[in-house]
Design a protein around this ligand. Structure first.
Ligand code: PXP
Length: 248
């Protein structure tokens, strides 16, 4: 790569749903760490795992093994609680992505209210940073959230693409893509590295991957679901090809 060419966009593979299937029968199959290693071999640039407070999918022992066995960066998704901060600062993953968490939700709904919870978040972010962990905040593409993320010292914002992915019609799709476009540019101007994720698939990834400030996409549900039909390595290779093509 020449000095002037931008870094290629990265794919973070979220393996939570492998653990969901494993936990459905209470045994050890399928092993999410094996899936992570397979993803790594297929070209994933990072692995994301969400240790939820209720441990509904990823468990503490999974994270320990991921930390020990992966050669690519581990991004630990977590709620900004004392318990999770203590686990993260002991484990020291490459990055922590702070997300809102409610027990009843099916998946992460909406971004973190960084602006409203700034006081509570600030000491947690500082502790994670002091442990050498790159802090990412999962937020909606709103100016107030982006600016507060920068003020709190986050290195990264991950823009929530759920509203874009769920847009019911062309107008809503254009509106949500516009918010992501503006948000990504604003975050980069604030000095933040920009990631994006939630609800991305072969069908909708290209416009987000094409945003020049977006350095990484984190994708889980679609990849793991599609792997049932095509196998995880093929699915990862195809998603990366779509991302790179959109960028070019
Ligand atoms: N990024 C974050 C912060 C998330 O919480 C999730 C869902 O766990 C994802 C990305 C991936 O979303 P999906 O599973 O819909 O691809």
């Amino acid at each position: 790569m020449s000095a002037s060419s931008p870094a290629p966009i990265r794919l973070g593979v979220n393996i939570d749903h492998v653990a969901t299937v494993r936990n459905a029968r209470g045994g050890s199959h399928p092993d999410p760490v094996r899936a992570a290693l397979l993803a790594q071999d297929a070209g994933a640039d990072g692995i994301t795992a969400h240790l939820r407070e209720d441990r509904r999918h990823i468990r503490d022992a999974d994270l320990e093994r991921l930390r020990a066995e992966l050669a690519i960066p581990l991004n630990m998704e977590m709620a900004a609680t004392e318990e999770m901060t203590a686990i993260a600062t002991r484990l020291r993953p490459h990055a922590c992505c702070l997300v809102p968490e409610r027990r009843q939700e099916v998946t992460t709904e909406g971004g973190l209210d960084v602006h409203g919870q700034a006081q509570a978040l600030a000491p947690r972010i500082t502790r994670l940073r002091d442990a050498g962990i790159r802090v990412s905040l999962f937020i909606d593409p709103d100016v107030v959230q982006i600016e507060m993320a920068a003020r709190l010292g986050a290195a990264v914002v991950e823009l929530h693409t759920g509203a874009y992915a769920d847009a019911a019609d062309d107008t809503a799709h254009a509106t949500e893509l516009g918010r992501l476009t503006t948000g990504a540019a604003h975050a980069a101007r604030c000095g933040l590295e920009v990631h994006a994720g939630h609800g991305l698939s072969y069908a909708n990834v290209a416009p987000v991957a094409a945003l020049p400030q977006v350095m990484e996409l984190n994708i889980g549900h679609f990849l793991i679901g599609q792997a049932i039909f095509d196998g995880l390595p093929a699915v990862i290779r195809h998603m990366k090809a779509l991302m790179r093509a959109a960028r070019a």
